[in-house]
Design a protein. Structure first.
Length: 325
């Protein structure tokens, strides 16, 4: 089992906080952190400079500075949060020889910085990056999230955190994560946050397909979708995919299904997360029959141009469109 030294980093009372990765999840997370984080200043980086500039402008009063590379963020900050699409992006942002976060820590001679990766990636990458950060004299925690863009905007995300020790977890929870989330759980050592996340998202992918098949069947048999959803949500079939994020248009307001499946958590991201789960199952010799089927379905959905950028609940529309073929 991977062992990390029992390092502990104290966050200054008025830290400089960095944020790397301002996508659909990262942008609202960073906005909440800027608004509530109590930092002296913030430094942000994204591959899209206009997005980073937009966040700086929205924050006002010169509180946020835009960096040119991730290494510039690490050089300036006591704490850095990253929110990136996949494992290769995490490796590049952290480990690139000249522009990576670890390179920035080394150039600045900065020790005991806290780096928090909220990306959803494979466990091996998370542990490899944590080792590199530790070798540079700082600490990395993996803290993937659940709750989607709605949770990111509302600051109610669930964080699943892998930390070298409870003391570091409590510091990051109380000083950083509490400003972006409501449920913050210590899952054990570094990498365990990713384990919890891929297990959760495998269940989510399976349940969204189940909810979509169920709603499609009921509607095609002549049932009013709101009435059907209401019955399910007061019966044994109720789940998050039916009562909070229902995939059938017209059932709930303010969910992607109500706006042609725009925004939210993309089909390609769900396919990626299911791929991580299936790969982890193979490595651990675990049987994930439904997870593997869900992975195949989301691979097909995300491979079609019409659905590639849609929210993962668009699997309802995909099933409906393909039912007559």
């Amino acid at each position: 089992m991977l062992q990390f030294r029992r390092m502990y980093s104290q966050v200054p009372s008025k830290p400089v906080i960095g944020f790397v990765g301002l996508g659909q999840m990262g942008y609202p997370m960073a906005l909440n952190l800027v608004a509530k984080g109590g930092a002296t200043s913030f430094v942000v980086y994204d591959t899209s400079a206009p997005v980073a500039e937009r966040l700086a402008a929205a924050s006002g009063a010169g509180l946020v500075t835009v960096a040119k590379t991730p290494s510039e963020v690490a050089e300036a900050c006591d704490v850095v949060v990253t929110m990136l699409p996949a494992g290769p992006h995490v490796r590049d942002v952290y480990l690139h020889a000249s522009t990576g976060l670890v390179a920035g820590l080394a150039r600045a001679g900065r020790k005991n910085a806290l780096l928090v990766d909220s990306s959803t990636i494979d466990v091996a990458t998370s542990k490899d990056v944590a080792r590199a950060v530790e070798s540079a004299g700082s600490v990395m925690l993996d803290a993937p999230v659940s709750g989607g863009t709605l949770g990111a905007e509302a600051g109610t995300l669930t964080f699943m955190v892998g930390s070298p020790n409870a003391q570091t977890f409590n510091t990051v929870k109380d000083r950083i994560l509490v400003h972006m989330g409501k449920n913050i759980v210590h899952c054990g050592t570094v990498g365990n946050g990713q384990v919890a996340k891929i297990c959760n998202n495998m269940m989510l992918g399976i349940s969204m397909i189940a909810a979509s098949e169920t709603m499609n069947l009921g509607v095609r048999l002549g049932m009013d979708p709101k009435l059907l959803a209401g019955i399910i949500n007061t019966s044994s079939g109720r789940c998050w995919s039916t009562d909070t994020y229902n995939p059938c248009p017209g059932v709930l307001p303010n969910v992607p299904a109500a706006r042609d499946y725009t925004g939210g958590f993309g089909t390609s991201l769900m396919a990626k997360d299911l791929s991580l789960a299936v790969s982890a199952a193979h490595e651990s010799k675990s049987t994930v029959t439904l997870g593997a089927v869900a992975h195949q379905i989301y691979n097909q959905v995300s491979s079609q141009k019409e659905y590639k950028t849609k929210d993962f609940s668009a699997v309802y529309k995909w099933l409906n469109d393909n039912s007559d073929k």
